[in-house]
Design a protein around this ligand. Structure first.
Ligand code: IMP
Ligand code: MG
Length: 422
């Protein structure tokens, strides 16, 4: 069986830590979408490590790690990540596999990302500028280069052809010229490095592993509300971040999907532009940012903060068929009183529990339910039993609203700060 773990909000729900924890029970961890726009933060022996393209199973000796075909790979970023990991995990390369069919991010994709954002002016998406959108555009536009291409003799010819096209596109955007030529040499060095890694037909490989009874965990990146189809379009990323993306992004059949773990913070954040109904522009929002250290792992940008949005969560739980909820960063709410949760939207005078199709253009006012703050810090609890009754009541409320059980509660950054709910 292949289990799935994904973010239910706008990313940064704490997936890295949870995958690292769950990895103990899996043989293989596989990334199925996204690319170096992801930043999965882990604390290993007190040291902070941010993973972008490499699955969060690398810190477990028994885990194999697969970068699946749905991922877009920047060879420069991947090489840098491996070099950063090698002193900590010398056997990382022998346990890492890359799908032939994964698409490459070229230096010009990054330039196009920047040119597109500049041209959008005040409507900009707030992209991480890693070239994600342009790389996926070339994939669906049937122009892209794939990892397997680096092994072919005419890679440079294919590259030059695509770059010529990109150069024309960059001219059309106008604006300040972007000096992407400086990124070419490191790119080709990294391509050479990539040639030496384990590049495989991953759909056959996964099939064989599944037939061998191996346990696989698909690790999502970004969050469900950033999904290209169901997120807050156009303020989204360019891949399918929901459970359906696992089938496309790894080449596995839906019948092989088992448990779906959905992660949500006890509040909500968003980095980049786009609608965020429960966003707080006041001192409470500021206090959440400070208490939760809400700054982007990839870009360092301050994250926008607000209360948990159960309307949006009910939608994303539905889209992915979440079977187990995981609530993270509950300790961040230790000092807050009251604690709020959006239970409906007031959309132009009408109350609804459905997410409007066009969140970007309608006026939405959240309807809140208030809860008394916890009377004891959650961070100090070492089991769910020890948590205060008000916290347990809050968890029950969330479970009832979302019609899904909470399996784990994370109450700190430490690897061991995770409470199991029986
Ligand atoms: P892109 O995927 O870099 O093009 O960015 C598109 C939008 O998704 C922007 O609002 C980004 O801030 C957001 N985004 C992309 N990746 C992540 C992530 O891993 N965590 C949180 N937000 C992300
Ligand atoms: Mg992140």
């Amino acid at each position: 069986m292949i289990d799935v773990l994904l973010g239910l909000q706008w990313g940064d729900e704490g997936k890295g830590k949870i995958v690292d924890y769950l990895a103990a029970n899996y043989d293989i961890i596989a990334r199925f979408q996204g690319g170096p726009n992801a930043g999965h933060t882990l604390y290993v022996n007190g040291q902070k490590v941010v993973l972008r393209t490499i699955p969060s199973g690398v810190f477990h000796k028994h885990c194999l790690n697969l970068i699946g075909n749905g991922v877009v790979i920047d060879p420069v970023s991947l090489k840098g990540e491996i070099e950063q990991l090698l002193p900590l995990q010398p056997d990382v390369l022998s346990r890492m596999f890359i799908a032939h069919r994964a698409h490459l991010i070229l230096p010009t994709h990054r330039a196009l990302d920047a040119a597109s954002e500049n041209a959008k002016g005040s409507e900009k998406i707030g992209s991480t500028l890693k070239g994600i959108g342009p790389a996926y555009m070339d994939k669906t536009g049937r122009n892209g280069l794939r990892v397997g291409d680096v092994l072919s003799k005419d890679f440079k010819t294919k590259y030059d052809k695509l770059v010529a096209k990109h150069t024309d596109m960059l001219k059309q955007y106008g604006g300040e010229p972007i000096d992407w030529k400086q990124w070419e040499q490191p790119f080709f060095e990294a391509v050479e490095y990539l040639r030496g890694l384990q590049i495989i037909n991953s759909e056959y490989w996964l099939d064989m592993q599944l037939k061998d009874g191996k346990k696989i965990l698909a690790e999502g990146a970004q969050g469900s509300m950033l999904d290209i189809d169901y997120g807050t379009y156009p303020f989204v990323t360019s891949s399918n971040t929901i459970a359906a993306g696992v089938c496309n992004g790894l080449g596995v059949a839906p019948s092989r999907i088992g448990e779906v773990y959905g992660i949500t913070k006890a509040y909500c954040t968003r980095v980049g532009s786009g609608p965020f109904p429960t966003e707080l522009h006041d001192e409470t929002g500021e206090a959440l940012r400070k208490a939760g250290n809400e700054f982007g792992a990839v870009t360092g940008r301050p994250r926008r903060c607000g209360w948990i949005d159960l309307v949006a969560l009910r939608y994303t739980v539905m889209l992915s068929g979440v079977t187990k909820l995981i609530m993270t960063k509950t300790d961040v709410l230790d000092e807050f009183n009251p604690i709020r949760a959006a239970v409906a939207y007031n959309v132009e005078g009408k109350e609804t529990r459905e997410l409007p199709y066009d969140l970007c253009s309608v006026d939405v006012t959240p309807v809140y339910e208030s809860f008394a703050g916890w009377d004891k810090p959650i961070s100090a609890c070492s089991s769910y039993d020890e948590t205060p009754q008000v916290f347990k009541d809050y968890c029950r409320f969330v479970e009832q609203y979302l019609e899904t059980k909470i399996a784990y509660v994370s109450n700190g950054t430490g690897r061991d700060q995770l409470l199991v709910i029986p």
